[in-house]
Design a protein around this ligand. Structure first.
Ligand code: SF4
Ligand code: MG
Length: 321
């Protein structure tokens, strides 16, 4: 089927400047050539440790950060270089939900104004229509229409995330990029918000990119999952396949550290040694070779490409080429 979103070889290099003249002496390769698709109605999870480039990837897709290289195709249109009105129009179709709803909700604005702001700014509703829409959206996310005259500090963390979601839904987006959307919440509240997001996806025909460091959270909500390490997508497959049959040694290590071993397949706990290398000075060859328990000679020289090793299961590792 046609992809809703396609990113091709997406890169973000931040210049490192030094000296009085601020000469560029190198680059932090935050995202170094990421390619994937999101299908209509799909939730793609992106998982990895902090600094792996997952948030930067999300921000480039949202077009709030310019890619250094690569292509973003949304709904059949190459939006990589959209500017001005075209960019504003396309931005209505994708929205972001953040980790800390409190930081993204203006404390001086009533909920009514917070949620209706995108409607008013985009000129798609007058204030009477906006008031009705806000009441409807609040009920959709499990709050009361009466809550609209209250202020962000009067709500709990979970309720504030519901407000953030209502605001994201206001313009009927097709894609929501959620970056650590439940990471600041208590575990019991996390599953309420995740379940809400699952319900809303069906109700509004949404697709999600769900970015998180938390493997259990990503498992709860995703259809497919991509694993990122040091700016690279190292594995991409269905949730079932990744969690039962991880092929990349980094995915294996992440899963063995975070989750209960599965009953079917006894897996040993893999402890990774060494720090994540700096993206300013990434390793040659495979980005994971400095920490990989299964490193081979060629791994230090040759960068493994992401390739499909079984139908729908893509891995970037010389063990699977
Ligand atoms: Fe490990 Fe080599 Fe595979 Fe990289 S390519 S993950 S170093 S085995
Ligand atoms: Mg992040």
């Amino acid at each position: 089927s046609e992809a809703l979103l396609e990113v091709q070889n997406l890169k973000k290099y931040f210049p490192i400047q030094a000296g009085l003249l601020r000469r560029t002496v190198g680059h932090v390769k935050a995202v170094d050539g990421v390619t994937f698709q999101v299908r209509p109605g799909e939730t793609l999870g992106i998982v990895g440790e902090s600094g792996c480039g997952k948030s930067t990837t999300g921000r480039m897709i949202m077009r709030v950060m310019e890619p250094t290289e690569g292509k973003i195709v949304f709904d059949g249109e190459d939006i990589t270089n959209f500017q001005g009105k075209r960019l504003r129009d396309i931005r209505r179709k994708f929205q972001m939900v953040f980790q800390d709803p409190y930081a993204s909700l203006n404390p001086r604005m009533a909920i009514q104004d917070i949620i209706s702001e995108p409607l008013i700014v985009n000129g798609v509703a007058n204030s009477k229509q906006a008031a009705e829409r806000v009441a409807q959206l609040l009920e959709t996310v499990g709050l009361r229409a009466d809550d609209r005259s209250r202020y962000p500090h009067e709500f709990s963390g979970g309720q504030r995330q519901r407000i953030g979601i209502a605001r994201a839904l206001a313009l009927n987006p097709k894609l929501i990029v959620a970056d650590e959307a439940v990471s600041a919440l208590d575990v019991s509240i996390q599953s309420q918000i995740l379940n809400l997001m699952v319900d809303l996806k069906d109700e509004f025909n949404l697709s999600y990119i769900f970015i998180s460091h938390n493997l259990a959270v990503v498992r709860h909500i995703s259809d497919r999952v991509g694993v990122m390490y040091l700016g690279h997508l190292v594995e991409l497959t269905t949730k079932q396949e990744l969690y039962s049959n991880p092929l990349h040694p980094y995915s294996e290590a992440l899963l063995s550290a975070a989750l209960q071993p599965s009953r079917k397949k006894k897996r040993e706990r893999i402890i990774l040694t060494g720090d994540v290398p700096s993206p300013a000075n990434p390793p040659t060859g495979c980005p994971f070779h400095t920490r990989c328990p299964r490193v081979m000679d060629e791994c230090r020289i040759q960068r493994p490409q992401l390739r499909e090793v079984t139908p729908g299961h893509l891995v970037a590792c010389h063990l699977h080429s």
